[in-house]
Design a protein around this ligand. Structure first.
Ligand SMILES: O=C(O)CCC(=O)N[C@@H](CCC(=O)O)C(=O)O
Ligand SMILES: [Zn+2]
Length: 336
């Protein structure tokens, strides 16, 4: 296998490769761009016009997605997977990956769309670098642009695998992309309805990609991801990479559950209290009238929405950040 196929090993060791560019026997060019960043380019004659950005390890302790990208890269470097797509592989937060932590000083996934400019430290610099790498990658005209930012969650979930679809004024969510996600094993999609500061929102809003955060199961250390079944996603990614996806004949969503954001619960102060058990699962339903959270100055978050569910409840976030998302069922009426 070509040495550049071992991007994860290089990243874990904090090393630069001796050779920055390598060619597989099929003429696929692998180019190391910076720590945790590698571009794969098929020979021109085989290029099918798809630009695919695959990122993982934006949170350093979410290892199943990192292992998945590592397997894909090995397959490409060995010549077992023959890309027709251009691909950018990104391991988001190398320092946090080495430490097995979600982040070191601050959550990289709260530093996009301009936020890193109002901040400092290595993670703000990394968010800036990730934006630049993505922007250069997605700068070629007349090509399809697709970004999957792969994550696993802090807690268990009533719906194991789901996607979050960013929002931009004047842009409609794509039914075809949802059908693709369904085929990749996603059981639900959360349709966002306002701008956000996460990586997938940056590539969706500023770079015109179809972009998604994918949640694949519960976060566990390297080598302990048997419980995270990514086989459908892995198969679909290989098909996208090789340009042999089964044609989506209908735009049937096949039971994919849709949700929209009702409210983001923002933690304003150290007095913030979340009235949920520590082991509450994502997508747990909450009854109307339930006092979900309390904060300074008698602020109370009371459930008003029938059918409300909670995802990503986390009272430990820094003040000013999202401590959970209240979601409600949505229809497919506004898809294009
Ligand atoms: O389990 C949790 O509480 C967080 C899991 C995670 O990292 N989720 C992403 C979602 C990004 C998005 O909103 O698209 C995050 O919180 O950064
Ligand atoms: Zn994450």
């Amino acid at each position: 296998m070509l040495a550049l196929g071992k991007l994860l090993e290089l990243t874990l060791a904090g090393r630069e490769p001796a050779e920055k560019t390598q060619l597989t026997v099929e003429g696929v060019r692998m180019r190391w761009l910076s720590e945790g960043a590698l571009e794969v380019r098929p020979p021109e004659a085989r290029d099918n016009g798809m630009d695919l950005l695959l990122s993982a390890g934006i949170h350093g302790n979410e290892t199943a997605p990192i292992e998945l990208l590592d397997r894909l890269l090995h397959d490409i470097a060995r010549g077992d997977l023959k890309p027709r797509a251009r691909i950018l592989f990104l391991f988001g937060n190398p320092e946090a990956i080495r430490k097995g932590e979600r982040f070191i000083e601050q959550d990289v996934n709260r530093l996009f769309n301009g936020r890193h400019e109002q901040s400092s430290g290595s993670e703000a610099l990394r968010a800036c670098e990730l934006e630049r790498l993505a922007a250069v990658f997605f700068s070629q005209p007349d090509r399809q642009r697709l970004h999957y930012d792969l994550h696993t969650a802090i807690r268990g979930s009533k719906i194991e695998q789901f996607a979050l679809y960013p929002w931009k004024e004047g842009r409609q969510h794509s039914r075809l992309e949802l059908a693709r996600l369904r085929a990749a094993g996603m059981e639900a999609v959360l349709l966002q309805n306002k701008p956000s500061i996460v990586f997938s929102s940056y590539t969706y809003d500023k770079l015109g990609a179809e972009s998604f955060t994918l949640e694949l199961g519960k976060a566990r250390p390297f080598g302990q991801n048997d419980g995270v079944n990514v086989s459908l996603l892995e198969t679909r990614l290989k098909q996208i990479i090789e340009g042999n996806e089964p044609e989506q004949t209908t735009q049937e969503l096949d039971g994919l559950q849709l949700f929209s954001v009702s409210r983001e619960i923002i933690k304003h102060s150290d007095a913030f209290r979340l009235n949920l058990p520590a082991d509450v699962e994502n997508f747990s339903e909450l009854e109307v009238g339930y006092v979900l959270a309390e904060d300074l100055a008698n602020t109370r978050w009371i459930i008003e929405e029938p059918g409300a569910r909670i995802i990503f409840p986390n009272p430990k976030v820094k003040n000013g950040l999202r401590a959970g998302i209240l979601i409600v069922p949505a229809t497919d009426d506004n898809l294009v």
